[in-house]
Write a protein that binds this ligand. Sequence first.
Ligand SMILES: *Cc1c(COP(=O)(O)O)cnc(C)c1O
Length: 403
Amino acid sequence: MRISPPIVESLDSILPDEPLLMMGAGPVPIPAKVAAANGIVINHLGDTMSRIIEQVKAMSRYVFQTNSSHILGVAGPGSAAMEMAVANLVAPTDRVLSVNNGFFSGRLAEMADRVGGDVRRLTIEEGFAASPENVAQAIEDFRPQVLTIVQGETSNTVCNTGLPEICRAAKEAGCLVIVDAVCTLSTMPLNMDEWGVDAVITGGQKGLSCIPGVSLVAFSEAAWTKIEARTDTLKHWCLDAKLADKFWYKSSYHYTAPVSGIMAIHEALRLVCEETLEARFDRHLKCSKALQAGIEGLGLSLYTHGTSRLNSVVGIHVPKGLEQKAILTHISERFKVEISGSFGLDIIRIGQMGEQCRVHNIFRTIHALGSTIQALGGEANLPQGVAMLEKALQDFEPEFSER
Ligand SMILES: *Cc1c(COP(=O)(O)O)cnc(C)c1O
């Protein structure tokens, strides 16, 4: 043997004794039941797997709010689900209007470019939601066959609040709509059928509070009709929806399914069903608004304007005189709380997805953030931050569920 085994450390010695509280823009903490399910491996084909797949599809129909019979899983990150939606719905030379709010919506455009689409980017002013009127105008001018958009742009914490109107305008023009809901699904309303969305993309590790690496895509009837009618052979074998349909609807082999990841997704979806969407939306709204109040109470300023602000991920200006990197390092090392920077922006981001939206987690995060800023020589009013957080929790009125 020429190559000898390397000397490595055990995971125990690499990982911290106390796990970090994952309060960044994903991955997020997972419930114990999801973690346990992720340790299970069974046969990827057969009766047991079929029963589990049937349940995953039934629960997905609830979570996506659709009657679609074309819900497919993907062994891969949220980006693989994005690529599956794009590759199957954008045929070479198709006109694609890509509503571009930032990093992730830009990725959808790039994917559409790569599959040979004729892509026009509608660049939205930084920090603002796309205006339905402007999108409708762009649809009229360009006559796209496909429109891509994110519900929440995780990178700069903008929410496309006009999504229902945008979908309606696209539908009227006979254009298919692909919506990236990776960070938003199950944290805020997304009514796939009612709004007329043709493909909804989600990943595991954000809104669903599951593991990274297994993702879901739901296609509408109109989308499926286009997929079935395509006569060209897709360049992406793994992401070919017609091949994936064999596993998801015909109990047969496409590739070996990520069995343990599907178990984890099953549990994550089951927990959403048990909680109900209404209660879950309220939990997210309550915790995120309270966190935002706490941040402002500390004396920090939020990055995105109120009306365009995403609740699933909260962006905060780095206080003057401090460095983003130093804040992230200090809060992680000293307080065992992990938060995120961003792609090229001078902001820090705190996630409010799934298990991150627990009252004890936001108190700990506000304390850790305020203390970190003080330790680095900045100003943070901790008593006021905590008080405003608490007040926002107490004053919260549910919007979706009964009291
Ligand atoms: C994180 C994210 C993605 C990409 O997910 P990966 O699992 O990292 O591939 C796509 N879109 C949005 C809106 C996201 O937040």
